[in-house]
Design a protein around this ligand. Sequence first.
Ligand SMILES: [Zn+2]
Length: 175
Amino acid sequence: MIIANEPINEKKLANATAIITNLQNELYNFIASGSGPFLAAIYDESGKLIAKCANSVINECCSHNHAEMNVIKAAEKALNSYDLSKFNLSLYVTAEPCMMCLGAIMWSGIKAVYYSVPSKRVEEITGFDEGFKPDWLEEFKRRSITVYGNICTELGEKVLVDYVQKGNTVYQPQR
Ligand SMILES: [Zn+2]
């Protein structure tokens, strides 16, 4: 079921559904070329794509290269600004952001987040640790960041199941 921190706007949801469906389908190619199993894109309010990046923890050997971190960095570079708030941007991502990426989103000035597979399902399917994020939808609302979640989860979960079944690396530090 779709969750959101504002009354659901069908137009925004339909737009996000189309974008996230494309990201889920494209993700197979990114995985095949060595990227991690998450893909994020940032669009402006006119629907123009600003940046799109996959997770590159393994292929770039960097633990914080999650898709959201990469795409925010790319958008800030493309727009030549560390504060994206004036551009009214939305971030679309194939899974719920982890605790690190929530911080990055908050400090980037992104205005809206649309995600597919919730963290609980990501953890169940893959074994990745998504961190602890109490009431983050409410915390984002307090900061005027709109959030819609659980968009196209069926397709999103399929990509993750496929990632695991093919024996790809579920990277994390030893505990
Ligand atoms: Zn993350």
